[in-house]
Design a protein around this ligand. Structure first.
Ligand code: AMP
Ligand code: GLY
Length: 419
C-alpha cells in the first residue's frame, strides 16, 4: 500500500514512523513534510489548505491511502476532495470537521448526543461577553469559536484580561466568542479511530498546554505529553468510549454528516464526573507522538480500515508494555512571535540515544545544508521506557544534547505522574 501523509509537524513525523513499521505499507510520501521527515521518506511541496492540490497530489503519487494530519486541510475539505477522486482517505469530511472548526457546532452535537460539557454562552459582542462573565463568575474561560491552533483560549481570574481576549478575537474576525464554565480537574486526551459507525479508542495521554513549568503562562499547541496515565481511574477508556465517543459518532451519522477519521476528545476529570473540554477532528500534537510510540498494531491497516468502513472487522489493538514521554523544544518567543532560521545542533547525538526518537516539527534545511528552525514548535523529543520515569529520563537526556539559540522547553513533563 502506498500512503500519502499530509502535514509537516512532529505528529506527521510520528505517523510516518508508525507507518514504516507496518509491513503492508510499501511506500510513504509526505507533503510538505519537514527536515526530519525528508531525511527518511520522499517529500513533495503542497499547499495543504488547498483541497484540490491535496487531491491532485494523491492522484499523481498513486496513493492507496491519504492520511491528513492537521485540522486546516480537513476544515477546508481536503478529505472530500481526495475521496471524490476515488482514493480512501483517513480524515473527516469538511462538514464533520466542524466538530473542531466551530465550538458552537460541537456544543450542538454534544447536546444531541447527551454528552456532558461546560455550560457556555455564545457571544457576538463584547457587551454579551461581559454579561456572560458575570453570570458564570471566575475563573473566566473565553474562547474563539473557530480554529486558533490551541491559542484561542484564555483562562484567567482577571476580568479585564478576559474582556481583552474577547476583543482581540472579534478584532481578528471571529464571528462569535464562547464564555464557558470553568472545568476543574486533570485533563486527558483520548483518541478514537472511527469509520463513521464503529469507534475504537486508543490509549489515553496527557498534554501540557501551558508554556511554562507548573502550568504557568499562556496556552500553546502543546509542550509535551506522556502515556499511559497511571493515575487515571480504571475503566476510564471504556466509560468514555460508551458515554462520549460512540454517542458522538452516532449523532453525527444520524444528522447525515458521518464522522470518519480520528475523533479527539479533550476531557476534564472533574469532581462531578467526566466533562468534555473540546473535540478535535485529527490526531493531537504532541499526544500522538507518545500514543503511537506505544501502539503495536500496524497503523496503516488501522487507518485504512477507518477510511473504508471496516473498523468493526479490526482485531483488538495491541499495545507495548511500558511508557512514552515527549518533550517539545520550542523556538525563542513561542507562542507569541517565534524566532526562526537558527541552526539546530546535536540532533544525531540525541537520536542515537537508546529508545529516543527526535521527531521534527518546524525544521527545514537551509541553503547551506544545515537543519534550521522554521516554526514555533521545533522538535518533539520522544522516548520510550519500561516506566514513565525511565522514558522521561531518556527524553530529557535527548533534549539536553540539542542546542538551538534562544529555544525553550518545559522541565516538568510527566514529572508528577512519574513520581
Ligand atoms: P481548547 O482550545 O478548547 O482545547 O482549550 C485549550 C485549553 O484551555 C484546554 O486544554 C484547557 O487547558 C483550557 N480550557 C479550555 N476550556 C476550559 C474550561 N471550560 N475550563 C477549564 N479550562 C479550559
Ligand atoms: N495537543 C492539543 C492538540 O493537538 O490540539
Amino acid at each position: 500500500m502506498r500512503v500519502l501523509v499530509i502535514g509537516s509537524g512532529a505528529r506527521e513525523h510520528a505517523l510516518v514512523h508508525a507507518l514504516q513499521a507496518d509491513d503492508s505499507v510499501s511506500y510513504i510520501i509526505c507533503a510538505p513534510g519537514n527536515a526530519g521527515i525528508s531525511a527518511e521518506v520522499d517529500v513533495l511541496p503542497v499547499d495543504a489548505s488547498n483541497p484540490d492540490e491535496v487531491a491532485e497530489l494523491a492522484v499523481r503519487v498513486q496513493a492507496d491511502l491519504v492520511v491528513i494530519g492537521p485540522e486546516v486541510p480537513l476544515v477546508a475539505g481536503a478529505a472530500d476532495a481526495v475521496r471524490e477522486r476515488g482514493i480512501p482517505c483517513f480524515g473527516p469530511s469538511k462538514e464533520a470537521a466542524q466538530l473542531e472548526g466551530s465550538k458552537t457546532f460541537a456544543k450542538q452535537i454534544m447536546a444531541e448526543a447527551n454528552v456532558s460539557t461546560a455550560r457556555a454562552f455564545v457571544c457576538t459582542t463584547v457587551d454579551e461577553v461581559a454579561k456572560a462573565l458575570d453570570e458564570l463568575g471566575e475563573p473566566y474561560v473565553v474562547k474563539d469559536d473557530g480554529l486558533a491552533a490551541g491559542k484561542g483560549v484564555i483562562v484567567t481570574s482577571d476580568r479585564h484580561q478576559a474582556l481583552e481576549h474577547a476583543d482581540n478575537c472579534f478584532a481578528k474576525g471571529a464571528a462569535s466568542v464562547l464564555v464557558e464554565e470553568y472545568l476543574d480537574g486533570p485533563e486527558v486526551s483520548l483518541f478514537g479511530i472511527t469509520d463513521g459507525v464503529t469507534i475504537v479508542a486508543l490509549q489515553p495521554a496527557q498534554d501540557f498546554k501551558r508554556v511554562h513549568d507548573g502550568d504557568e503562562g499562556p496556552n500553546t499547541g502543546g509542550m509535551g505529553a506522556y502515556s499511559p496515565l497511571p493515575w487515571a481511574p480504571a475503566g476510564l477508556v471504556e466509560e468514555v468510549t460508551a458515554s462520549v465517543l460512540q454517542p458522538m459518532v452516532d449523532a453525527m451519522r444520524l444528522r447525515g454528516t458521518p464522522f470518519a477519521g480520528l475523533l479527539y476528545a479533550g476531557l476534564a476529570l472533574t469532581s462531578k464526573g467526566v466533562r468534555i473540554i473540546e473535540f478535535n477532528a485529527r490526531f493531537g500534537d504532541p499526544e500522538t507522538q507518545v500514543v503511537l510510540a506505544r501502539l503495536k498494531s500496524p497503523l496503516g491497516q488501522v487507518l485504512l480500515a477507518a477510511a473504508t468502513g471496516k473498523v468493526a472487522e479490526l482485531p483488538p489493538l495491541q499495545w507495548r508494555e511500558g511508557a512514552a514521554v515527549t518533550v517539545v523544544v520550542a523556538s525563542k518567543n513561542y507562542p507569541d512571535s517565534p524566532v526562526t532560521g537558527d541552526i539546530i545542533s546535536g540532533l544525531e547525538e540525541a537520536n542515537a540515544l537508546l529508545d529516543v526518537d527526535v521527531l521534527h516539527a518546524g525544521t527545514r534545511i537551509s541553503d547551506d545544508g544545515d537543519v534550521v528552525s522554521a516554526g514555533g514548535r521545533v522538535l518533539s523529543v520522544t522516548a520510550v521506557g519500561e516506566t514513565l520515569a525511565q522514558a522521561r529520563e531518556r527524553a530529557y537526556a535527548g533534549v539536553d544534547l540539542i542546542s538551538l539559540a534562544g529555544s525553550h522547553h518545559r522541565r516538568d513533563i510527566a514529572q508528577h505522574a512519574a513520581e
